[in-house]
Design a protein around this ligand. Structure first.
Ligand code: NAP
Ligand code: ZN
Length: 372
């Protein structure tokens, strides 16, 4: 097979305990005024805000905090953040939190310096270059600190949609696993599942490259190492650090490959049923792997080997142990979710070429217990 690929990660990442403290001068590189974008709890609970504020004070950088980012941020939400950042005259943006605040910070960085409506973010061409972003994750899942993507809730379309281009990669990411220690076990599991599915979908999908495969294999192997710790709730610092590393690798993978149908289907579970993003993905893994086996059997066998399980069902049972699922969907819901996922761009990069009926069937198997 010919090798033909592009490779770029537009983010400079600092990884390790105390990485903000040891690299404080970075905060001076981007200007005099920082606009901090975060949720109402994560920045404080994780201790990240305190470290950032200390670094900013030491660097003589003025700052303002916007802490009203919602889970699964909406267009309306980022509009407000963008307006306040512009009013403040921000030189750069600091995103602190899970994927929700980090994704919001990307939208804010564009809106702060472009007079456009949030819906125009999806044009992906901006007159003025977005403000530089420093991203600090407090969950270990989305990898948003190292991807260009910003996934926003589109109430007008009843789904979530992503925008992003080469200029929306955060300029800098600080990854310190101490900031993930305050996460609940449930959010830890949910977000770990998100990171795993990034690696999995990227690895099996049509856009995979030799480089993304190396990253994906490493991430999947780490998930295999950590799955029993997640099951037994043994989440010491070492495990947290491995999970954060996995999440970063997953972000690097999807920066090149995008996601596929797990994400496409999962968005409806989040939008209509309020199921956290990573958990929604986790529910779908078993049937996703069965569905794709005919198109990507060799790679799926390698995944099973990396995870030290002997079959897709053994993996499905393990994930079921982590994420018990008691959700059922009506036929109308299944039809609607399948239709919405079919419209996601990422569906076309799935390993096996997808038709609408396939998506309905996957959902029926997971949420109506058919075929089990
Ligand atoms: P999240 O929605 O950012 O956060 C979930 C919850 O966990 C929030 O209540 C949050 O509090 C809390 N939390 C976060 N960190 C915490 C900590 N250290 N201690 C205590 N509580 C903490 O969850 P997420 O799974 O990280 O992000 C999901 C979002 O990312 C979705 O919108 C998804 O579509 C998107 N996503 C983006 C990408 C990408 O490439 N950009 C990839 C996958 C998913 P707060 O209320 O304070 O925030
Ligand atoms: Zn995801």
């Amino acid at each position: 097979m010919h090798m033909n690929f592009k490779f770029k990660i537009g983010t400079k990442a600092f990884f390790g305990k105390g990485c903000i403290e040891s690299n404080k001068a970075v905060f001076k590189e981007f200007g005099k005024k920082a606009f901090i974008v975060t949720g109402n709890n994560s920045a404080k609970a994780s201790g990240a805000l305190e470290d950032v504020v200390e670094a900013l004070k030491e660097c003589g950088v003025e700052y303002r905090i916007y802490d009203r980012v919602l889970n699964n941020p909406t267009l309306e939400n980022v509009k407000e953040g963008g307006e306040l950042a512009r009013e403040f005259g921000a030189d750069f943006i600091i995103g602190i939190g899970g994927g929700s605040p980090l994704d919001a910070s990307k939208a804010v960085s564009v809106l702060a310096c472009n007079s456009i409506e949030p819906v125009d973010l999806y044009k992906n061409i901006f007159e003025n270059k977005p403000l530089p972003i420093i991203a600090i994750p407090t969950t270990a899942g989305t990898g948003s600190e190292i991807t260009p993507y910003s996934i926003l809730t589109r109430n007008d379309m009843k789904t979530k949609k992503s925008f992003g281009n080469e200029d929306t990669f955060p300029a800098v990411a600080f990854l310190d696993a101490r900031y993930t220690e305050s996460m609940s076990r449930q959010t830890t599991v949910d977000t770990a599942m998100d990171a795993f599915t990034h690696a999995l979908e990227g690895y099996l999908g049509k856009k995979s490259t030799p480089v993304s495969d190396i990253l994906a294999v490493e991430a999947i192997g780490i998930f295999g190492e950590c799955i029993d710790s997640l099951l037994n709730n043994r989440l010491d610092f070492e495990v947290r650090e491995r999970l954060l590393y996995m999440s970063m690798l997953g972000g690097m993978v999807i920066s090149h490959t995008g996601t596929t149908i797990i994400h496409g289907l999962g968005y409806s579970l989040t939008y209509f049923k309020d199921i956290p993003h990573g958990r929604a993905n986790g529910y779908l893994v078993r049937e996703y792997l069965k569905y794709n086996y005919e198109a990507a059997g060799e790679k799926i066998n390698n995944v099973l080997k990396l995870l030290k399980v002997s079959s897709v069902d053994e993996l499905g049972d393990k994930i079921g142990g982590l994420l018990p699922c008691d959700i059922t969907l009506s036929d109308e819901e299944i039809e609607m979710y399948a239709g919405l996922a079919m419209q996601q761009r990422s569906t076309s990069s799935n390993a096996r070429t997808v038709v609408l009926e396939d998506l309905g069937e996957i959902l029926r198997k997971v949420f109506k217990g058919e075929g089990n």
